[in-house]
Write a protein that binds this ligand. Structure first.
Ligand SMILES: [Zn+2]
Length: 134
């Protein structure tokens, strides 16, 4: 699995406006204690476990995955969610179930998702180069 897959997943969570998942991943990548994550994100133990498993599937278990998440999540706030009030603003489809939204974005709006994945990668690259020059 790859870096690009992980970024693709995070971009889709943002396009889907999945605040809870991004809250969980942000706090987890900052090393917060699970009890704080349950409270701040209003998440259950199962939700925490399930989102952590999901990102580990993308890039493997380990520190690296959290470092990437930590750098990508702040960038996502510049991306406007396309799922608004349970409806896809790109094609008008009615979206109710969470996993259906993620696969809808993956299959039906690949161009939009890919565009933002590349945008995130470019931003990360800019930062790395910026740090080198300073
Ligand atoms: Zn759509």
């Amino acid at each position: 699995m790859s870096l690009e897959e992980l970024i693709n997943y995070l971009v889709r969570l943002r396009l889907a406006d999945n605040k809870k998942a991004l809250c969980i991943l942000e706090l987890a990548s900052n090393g917060e204690h699970p009890s704080k994550i349950y409270e701040e994100c209003k998440a259950t133990r199962d939700e925490l476990r399930s989102y952590l498993n999901r990102v580990r599937e993308k890039m493997g278990n380990g520190y690296k995955t959290f470092v990437i998440i930590k750098h990508v999540i702040p960038l996502l706030s510049d991306i406007k969610p396309v799922i608004v009030d349970g409806r896809c603003t790109l094609c008008g489809a009615d979206m109710q179930v969470n996993c259906a939204i993620m696969s809808h974005l993956f299959h039906r709006h690949k161009d939009v998702v890919d565009y933002y994945v590349q945008w995130v990668i470019d931003k990360l690259r800019e930062r790395v180069n910026g740090n080198k020059n300073s």
